[in-house]
Write a protein that binds this ligand. Structure first.
Ligand code: ZN
Length: 298
């Protein structure tokens, strides 16, 4: 389908221009691409109330995680801890001294649990009351409920701020990045991940790509180019943009494969069952999630 250009009343979240183009895939008609900087975004945004409703308890135990949320976030803890350890290895390459770390969008607090066990002083903030309650009460992780701007952290108090799969959810990503910058000490690090709409997997799988979620959930879709631009506009010097994977449960992998390659999934699913590997994790990196490390510019 040919793309058409149009004026959107909502300006681009990155460069503020208002000329957009439709995407060639008719199943992605709810999205558009900024004609100036290339940022892909939802055509209409939910209001603050609707946003909060997305992140209720069910978000972390979703009946349809291909469209929204997670299958069972709590059950996947052992996988998330493994992934957290890999991500901390990356962070510690740039920030070997284990100082004060803030995780924005900390969910149930598993990343912070791993960071704390490695000697980091940790704090977390999340829009989900349910998630923060879990982090506080079950893990003893200090976490606050709300958006970052409501959390009231002291400026200049963190060595590292992390945002795992967050900036694609927030209505004003550059503002959140700028705010995080003020919370960092001079020379502090911002480390984030976000689905890569420019990846080969995203292009090959089209509307079925796992990065494409309900319009209320993912408001933006970044690429290497646009995530770099967002970091620069937020007041950072990007140091590294790579792709990172996740440790996933084998049975989850079988379910996801079913969406893409049904015969292979059937074989794998059977194998997982027969071999009792339903609690086994495997590291998967389809190179469709970006990890960016950036330093606060002074
Ligand atoms: Zn733009």
């Amino acid at each position: 389908m040919p793309t058409t250009r149009f004026e959107n009343p909502r300006p681009c979240g990155l460069c503020q221009n208002t000329v957009f183009e439709t995407l060639p895939n008719p199943r992605l008609a709810h999205l558009c691409r900024c004609a100036t900087c290339g940022l892909v975004q939802a055509r209409t945004f939910p209001d603050a109330d609707a946003l909060r409703k997305v992140y209720r308890e069910e978000y972390f135990k979703s009946a349809d995680s291909a469209s929204t949320g997670y299958d069972d976030y709590e059950r996947d803890r052992y996988c998330i801890l493994k992934t957290a350890a890999r991500r901390l290895d990356t962070i510690e390459r740039f920030s070997p001294t284990r100082g004060h770390l803030l995780d924005v969008g900390c969910a149930l607090g598993f990343f912070l649990e791993e960071a704390k066990s490695r000697g980091w002083q940790v704090d977390g903030v999340d829009i989900s009351e349910h998630a923060v309650k879990f982090a506080n009460e079950r893990l003893g992780i200090p976490a606050r409920v709300g958006m970052l701007e409501e959390a009231g952290y002291e400026p200049g108090s963190f060595d590292v701020v992390t945002m795992w799969d967050v900036i694609e959810h927030v209505p004003a990503p550059v503002s959140v990045l700028s705010l995080a910058r003020t919370l960092l000490k001079p020379g502090g690090l911002l480390v984030l991940s976000t689905p890569d709409v420019g990846s080969t997997v995203a292009k090959l799988t089209g509307a079925r790509w796992m990065g494409f979620k309900l319009a209320e959930e993912h408001l933006y879709y970044f690429s290497r180019k646009t995530v770099t631009l967002a970091l620069e506009k937020g007041g950072y010097q990007p140091l590294e943009v790579t792709s990172i994977g996740k440790d996933v449960a084998l049975d989850f992998l079988a379910r996801r494969l079913r969406m893409y390659v049904p015969p292979l999934a059937a074989v794998l699913g059977k194998g997982v069952e027969v071999m009792g590997l339903d609690r086994a994790a495997v590291y998967v990196n389809p190179r469709d999630i970006l990890c960016a490390v950036a330093r606060r510019r002074d």
